[in-house]
Write a protein that binds this ligand. Structure first.
Ligand code: F6R
Length: 642
């Protein structure tokens, strides 16, 4: 299945690419195709009475693959009796039973559910003494060599291009060894370790050399977050700054991608440079805006020569001269700007993003975490309220894992002191406080909070969300706390979306019958909370579609704290004045538990209000660079047709 897809697409459209790449609609389909290839290999080795030597990876990328292999074992009888596996890496030091160990990961996701012999499943040992590591690594490689090398190596790719834990700077002939982890790798892992300070600094990894010697290498990459490093590895020069680029020199390697991870490849991002394209409105807009930004020219200043010199002469021949194309694209972009996100009453709406009627709309804003509404669309939220719409906000999850432990105790203590002062007797409150205190005082790294602590943490975030909504002007009956069950695991790892999540979402939509729904449109975040929250909404609107009120319901997507829509995608841009920017900042400040050293900082040292301001200012600056009006800030939206 993989092979036939590769063969189909090795033509000239791949001339920028130095590694085979196969793009699937989504990571689920891709994982199934990879599982098919692995199953076929295992079976062909079985026929020859030979072992099948697999190199395995951990991380989020291969999870779907392992689930499919387990299914093939359980439902289709695929046996792993002849499989001998070698995992790429393990943190060091690491207890095999710790929730973050790769031993545990592999057992929970694969080994415990198939018939692989335990002695055949190798994962580097995180319990060695430093002195033992060198010999251990030599032995790990010798075992692989004695078996004739790895038949098929599964890889993920780090944001910095690492494969295994071969970080930037690793040599192509590097051996299996103890390595120091890059800051960026540690930050990515820190969400599993509840903070950077608990995240290991070192790991044992298979060297690049053994990976390169594998007979077949399949690298999996999902989501927009990987798009840049995928392009870098596949199209740019081979360099040890990006170890995955070494695979350009492997004769049987393939990158298996979902649409989002492939989005920066030239054939996808700038297809007109690769082959003859049909210049749809969408593609024209993307190409023209890209050209203007690349040349640092306002749209209306682009010339025929600019088009010709940048591979767009056929567009010019079809729809030119440049001035005509420029005007068309300029007007399109101009029409995305509106100070009336709920539609402007009594105005011609033929070129506006939203309908004029009904003048007073019912609006439902879904916020995955308690602060996404204000961070991502606070200016629009305030405008909708000020312009007299009936605005409701629904907080989809409690966000209870992202509160610091001492904050939880501080708030719980407040209740105890308050009760004491006023002689209020509440054995339940005392009990929760005591349990939380004892637990938190003895809490070990990465330990999952007990329900009492989660309850307190959730309550803190609830109070902050309510404070923001009141600040915007909403009353309690317009604020909805959904506490979707998929989220309530107490860990970063969430349950998959379930019937109940969808039903709760449907019930709320049906109850409010909104004309507008706003949702966090983080489409490309394969395992994140935002994506699950969005899936619940997509499922709910699809199921409700036959109902007549849905004919009038438009779904607008905003982006979460981490990224913004591409300028060529934006369908509604809501400008903000300097005063509105300040008001939004104050709205974000209501989330005190998320200020000053939040639990999940990510790679970005800025606080959420700073990120939001920078991002909204950047969007406004892009409009200005393209030759449109100058605003202090802008929030961007894309309409989703369901
Ligand atoms: C895991 C490993 C790493 C990951 C990479 C991508 O065994 O060696 O190289 O493959 O960090 O991680 P995810 O898949 O979580 O994005």
């Amino acid at each position: 299945m993989l092979k036939s897809k590769i063969d189909k697409a090795t033509g000239f459209e791949k001339r920028f690419e130095n590694i085979n790449t196969v793009v699937f609609e989504n990571s689920g389909e891709a994982s199934k195709a990879v599982a098919q290839e692995i199953a076929a290999l295992i079976q062909s080795k079985q026929k020859e009475n030979k072992p099948c030597i697999l190199g395995l990876a951990t991380g989020s990328s291969p999870k779907g693959l392992y689930a499919e292999l387990v299914r093939l074992h359980k439902e289709e009888g695929l046996s792993f009796k002849n499989v001998i596996s070698f995992n790429l890496d393990e943190y060091y030091p690491m207890e095999p039973n710790s929730i973050n160990s790769y031993v545990r990961f592999m057992k929970e996701l694969l080994f415990d559910h198939v018939d692989i012999l335990p002695e055949n499943a190798h994962v580097p040992n995180g319990l060695l003494t430093k002195e033992q590591i060198a010999d251990y690594c030599t032995d790990y490689e010798a075992k692989i060599e004695a078996l004739g090398g790895i038949d098929l190596q599964v890889l993920g790719i780090g944001g910095n291009g690492h494969i295994g834990f071969n970080e930037s700077g690793s040599l192509q002939n590097s051996k299996t060894r103890l390595v120091a982890l890059d800051h960026i790798t540690r930050v990515a892992a820190s969400k599993d370790f509840f903070g950077l300070s608990n995240t290991p600094r070192t790991a044992i990894t298979l060297g690049v050399k053994k990976i390169m010697e594998a007979k077949r290498v399949i690298l999996l990459a999902w989501g927009e977050g990987k798009a840049n490093v995928v392009k870098r590895s596949v199209e740019d020069e081979v360099t040890n700054r990006v170890p995955a680029s070494f695979l350009q020199e492997h004769n049987n390697a393939v990158f298996v991608l979902d649409k989002e991870a492939s989005s920066k490849l030239t054939r996808i991002n700038k297809p007109w440079l690769v082959e003859k394209v049909i210049w749809t409105d969408k593609l024209t807009r993307k190409a023209v805006l890209g050209l203007a930004l690349q040349l640092k020219k306002p749209i209306l200043m682009l010339t025929d020569a600019d088009y010709i010199e940048h591979g767009m002469s056929d567009l010019l021949a079809d729809s030119g001269p440049a001035y005509d194309i420029n005007i068309k694209i300029f007007n399109k972009l101009q029409n995305t700007i509106t100070g009336w996100p709920g539609g402007k009453p009594n105005a011609d709406d033929s070129n506006r993003p939203e309908r004029a009627e009904p003048a007073r709309k019912r609006v439902l804003i879904f916020s995955p975490h308690p602060d996404d509404d204000i961070i991502s669309m606070g200016g629009t939220f305030m405008r909708l309220q000020e312009q007299g719409h009936d605005v409701h906000v629904a907080y989809q999850t409690s966000g209870n894992i992202a509160v610091a432990d001492d904050e939880a105790l501080r708030f719980a203590r407040f209740v105890i002191d308050y009760n004491e002062k006023f002689g209020i007797k509440s054995p339940e409150a005392d009990d929760i406080y005591k349990k939380a205190q004892t637990f938190l005082e003895n809490k070990k790294n990465s330990e999952i909070d007990i329900p009492e602590v989660r309850y307190i943490k959730g309550l803190i975030r609830k109070g902050e969300a309510r404070a923001t909504s009141h600040f915007v002007g909403l009353t309690d009956d317009q604020i909805h706390f959904m506490e979707l069950p998929f989220y309530e695991t107490g860990t970063i790892e969430k349950k998959p979306i379930g019937k109940e999540d969808i039903q709760l979402t449907m019930d709320l939509i049906e109850n409010i019958k909104p004309h507008q729904i706003y949702a966090a449109g983080d489409l490309a975040d394969p395992h994140g909370t935002h994506k699950v929250c969005l899936d619940a909404i997509f499922e709910a609107v699809k199921a409700l579609k036959p109902k007549s009120f849905m004919d009038d319901c438009w779904l607008w997507l905003y982006r979460g704290a981490w990224q913004e829509w591409g300028i060529d995608e934006v369908e509604m841009a809501v400008p903000m004045s300097p005063d509105q920017v300040l008001a939004k900042r104050h709205g974000i400040f209501k989330h005190q538990s998320q200020k000053d050293g939040v639990v999940f900082q990510g790679t970005d040292a800025r606080e959420f209000w700073q990120r939001a301001e920078d991002r909204n200012a950047e969007t406004a600056a892009l409009y200005q660079e393209l030759g449109l009006a100058t605003y202090a800030a802008m929030e961007a939206f894309v309409r989703w047709h369901y």
